[in-house]
Design a protein around this ligand. Structure first.
Ligand code: EPZ
Length: 423
């Protein structure tokens, strides 16, 4: 398996072009299953997770064309010949978001079979809210041989659904399913992540009738069919936050081209409180740090609170702060696997259940470390950029899931980083 080697201590300086949003792109690609017309999606990031979902659509019978364009990759999808409505274990286990095909397939075809996703490194990640919601829409749900089967031979019926817990995926799954249900659906206690609004905007360009995007109450008036569309995906806010921390942790200055602060306010608010300088114009955000890193306490929350997807990255930064910080992870039950790896690099971090206490140290030292999940792996890259000496990160296939061209982007800012072929 490939490794990444980072020789730290350089102040990064340069420009990084932010790619399209992974967590908007994945449900948008899946939503193309709701129409037989041609769908074009622009600025699609070329990521392992995107490749996995395209593999799944091909398995269903989709006709795909994924090519480079002037401003990022362009994906054309035609789902006229979907013959298979079963998502197999070997694909679903690679990426939990595959479960999102359930709502789209049962809404369009009246049937769907999806392998249970199983947990993943960061937690058990059940799908009970997805399944109960689809039952409220009239689907009959059964579990057999590790697969979830959803059937609605006469189509789905609009309903009022109160989500018992804020869930990004369940909100997306049910919103997609409801676009073709008969009558009105109202979802209460929805997640409000920008990626959900992006998916809703995409669906509305296909003729869906979705109201309340960005709020915790989303109303969907079902329509008979959806049409094709040509849609450009917004930039990835978590990638933006990640590279903002690359500038902060190295004490450099990076211009994040195409970035904006409004969908990451909670992160930029904390970065400014830890002493990071943030200058925004209409097309970019410039991040720099000259002073010491001030400690700060953080608790992850659903949007607009501090995003769990930025927790590991900020922990790397706070491990070099001039005092102690507390991070509480409220979303996933096992999203601290980067702690022992950061400790191997000299960080002083202890965990008590959902809480991590980070006592800032003067410096980190390069070490051999192991990536465990997507955001944990990038926190090790960030720590390696600031550490003295060489850090070697293994199992970097986790990184490939969510960061397009990471080595090139950091190299262009002066990082001494390379990807070495697996041994
Ligand atoms: C999405 O995952 C994102 N993935 C995650 O990003 C992100 O961390 C997460 O939302 C929270 O913001 C994509 O968008 C592809 P949830 P999702 O349903 O939808 C529990 C990354 O790094 N829950 O909001 O799976 C669940 O166990 C990835 O890019 C149930 O109990 O997250 C968790 O504790 C990682 N029952 C909490 O809700 C359910 O039916 C939030 O999960 C569904 C979820």
């Amino acid at each position: 398996m490939d490794q990444i080697k980072v020789r730290g201590g350089k102040k990064l300086k340069g420009i990084i072009e932010i790619s399209g949003s992974k967590n908007a792109t994945l449900p948008i690609i899946i939503a193309s299953l709701l129409t037989e017309r041609k769908v074009v999606v622009r600025r699609v990031p070329d990521l392992a997770d995107v490749r996995t979902i395209l593999e799944l659509l091909t398995f269903f019978g989709a006709d795909l064309n994924f090519r480079s364009g002037l401003n990022g990759k362009i994906l054309e999808i035609i789902n006229t010949n979907i013959t298979v409505k079963k998502a197999p274990y070997e694909l679903v286990r690679k990426m939990r978001a595959s479960v999102l095909v359930l709502g789209a397939l049962v809404a369009r075809y009246g049937e769907a079979k999806v392998s249970l996703p199983g947990g993943c490194a960061i937690g058990t990640r059940p799908i009970d809210i997805h399944l109960n919601g689809l039952e409220s829409l009239g689907a009959s749900i059964s579990l057999e041989d590790g697969y979830v089967k959803a059937v609605a031979k006469n189509g789905l019926i609009g309903s009022e659904i109160n989500l018992p817990k804020v869930s990004v995926g369940a909100t997306e799954n049910l919103m997609m399913a409801a676009t073709l249900a008969k009558g009105k659906t109202v979802l209460f206690n929805c997640a409000k992540e920008p990626e959900i609004s992006e998916l809703g905007r995409f669906l509305n360009t296909m003729g869906a009738k979705i109201l309340g995007l960005g709020t915790d109450k989303i109303t969907i008036h079902g329509v008979d069919e959806l049409i094709g569309t040509d849609f450009t995906v917004a930039n990835d806010r978590i990638e933006t936050g990640t590279y903002a921390i690359a500038a902060a942790i190295t004490g450099g200055i990076i211009k994040l081209q195409g970035a904006q602060t409004n969908h990451l306010f909670s992160v930029f608010d904390i970065l400014s409180k830890t002493g990071v300088s943030i200058v925004e114009d209409s097309e970019s955000v410039v991040i720099s740090r000259d002073n010491e890193i001030l400690p700060f306490d953080i608790a992850t929350q659903p949007y607009p609170g501090f995003p769990t997807d930025m927790q590991a990255q900020v922990m790397a930064l706070l491990s070099l702060a001039s005092g102690s910080s507390i991070i509480t992870e409220n979303i996933f039950e096992n999203r601290f696997m980067h702690i022992p790896e950061l400790v191997r690099m000299g960080a002083n971090i202890t965990q008590e259940g959902p809480t991590a206490i980070i006592k800032g140290v003067k410096k980190l030292k390069g070490a051999q470390v192991m990536a465990t999940d997507l955001r944990a792996s990038v926190s090790l890259v960030l720590a390696g950029l600031a550490a003295e000496g060489e850090t070697v990160i293994s199992r970097i296939y986790h990184l490939d899931r969510g960061y397009e061209d990471l080595v090139r982007k950091l190299t262009n800012c002066g990082a001494d980083i390379e990807r070495v072929a697996g041994i």
